[in-house]
Design a protein around this ligand. Structure first.
Ligand SMILES: Nc1nc2c(ncn2[C@@H]2O[C@H](COP(=O)(O)OP(=O)(O)OP(=O)(O)O)[C@@H](O)[C@H]2O)c(=O)[nH]1
Ligand SMILES: [Mg+2]
Length: 294
């Protein structure tokens, strides 16, 4: 029998390549929030896949970016690089047919000595499959990857090949987590994240980046989870936009978030939401600490 392997896989790549989508697809649960906008992920989120011969401990991370420079965004960039650096294997996620300066910067943040597997995601979007081969060739020349694997997080295509390649690169070790454990984050964390995802879905270009979610209270009453959450914004004008005319937008976001929470937690949820102004929280050390960014 082949030896049991176990280790951490730090996911890296520029924003929006589908890192979180890939993690969710692999573990089969929506653990890491996804949006069409870049810079959705802000925290390190662990997702664990346990197989007979291997336990894969994935760590999703924020995409590396250079546009925003507040102390909050600098913290995100630090997180983007530490996951890949501190893991047994780095998993670089790029988009099929695209390898630009931001991808290059993400790759360069992974030390040369680190074992790295490249996943070429979104192959379902390729118009001509034939274009893939030269792209894989070019990517292979940028670094001696352990493997370069084309995949689609959306359709699930070729994920078994990616898992095989990752397993090969992981150390021989017994499982580090119980077989039924999916993550190291608690329900409180996912409650905040799922509400934050709806902010990305609902709000225009800039607003999601100055919004944060704080869980003020999380109580289990029998089979009901009673959750009170605050959405932080930086200005009164932003608060009005988040709430929307007659409170419609806030209500829509809260309903969508509650439904996702009920699915993930497997039980009824009551969700109360407030919008609060915290001036310049993206540069306020006290608020950042409270949010877990320091
Ligand atoms: N067509 C297609 N779309 C995908 C695929 N994977 C991800 N997406 C979409 O790409 C967008 C970004 O996905 P995310 O998973 O949030 O990307 P990310 O790399 O985690 O982004 P950040 O957290 O911002 O760094 C979303 O709109 C996804 O639905 C894929 O395989 N095919
Ligand atoms: Mg993400």
């Amino acid at each position: 029998m082949s030896p049991h392997r176990c280790g951490t896989i730090g996911i890296a790549g520029r924003p929006n390549t589908g890192k979180s989508s890939l993690l969710n697809r692999i573990v089969g649960e929506k653990l890491s929030i996804v949006s069409a906008r870049p810079q959705t992920t802000r925290h390190l989120v662990t997702g664990i896949l346990t197989r007979d011969d291997c336990q894969y401990v994935f760590v999703d991370a924020p995409g590396q970016q250079s546009r925003l420079r507040s102390s909050f965004h600098r913290t995100l960039n630090r997180r983007a690089t530490e996951a890949a650096r501190d893991s047994d294997v780095a998993l670089l996620v790029v988009e099929a047919g695209r390898f630009g300066p931001e991808d290059r910067a993400a790759l360069d943040s992974i030390p040369e000595s680190q074992k790295t597997v490249a996943a070429v995601n979104k192959i379902d979007l390729l118009k001509r499959e034939a274009d893939l081969i030269p792209f894989l060739d070019r990517l292979s020349k940028t670094r001696p990857f352990e493997a370069v694997v084309p995949v689609s997080a959306k359709t699930g295509r070729n994920l078994p090949a990616l898992l095989r390649a990752l397993r090969e690169a992981l150390p021989e070790a017994p499982a580090a987590y119980p077989v039924d454990q999916l993550t190291d984050r608690d329900e409180r964390f996912f409650a905040a994240e799922l509400l934050r995802e709806k902010i990305f879905d609902e709000l225009g270009e800039e607003l999601p980046y100055v919004c944060e979610v704080l869980i003020d209270s999380f109580k289990e009453e029998g089979r009901l989870r009673r959750i009170e959450a605050s959405i932080l914004v930086e200005r009164e004008s932003q608060k009005a936009i988040v709430i929307g005319a007659g409170g419609e937008r806030l209500k829509r976001m809260a309903t969508a978030a509650r439904k996702d929470m009920e699915k993930l937690f497997g039980g009824k949820v009551y969700l109360g939401t407030w919008v609060k102004v915290r001036k310049s929280w993206t540069d306020d050390a006290r608020v950042l600490r409270q949010l877990g960014y320091e």
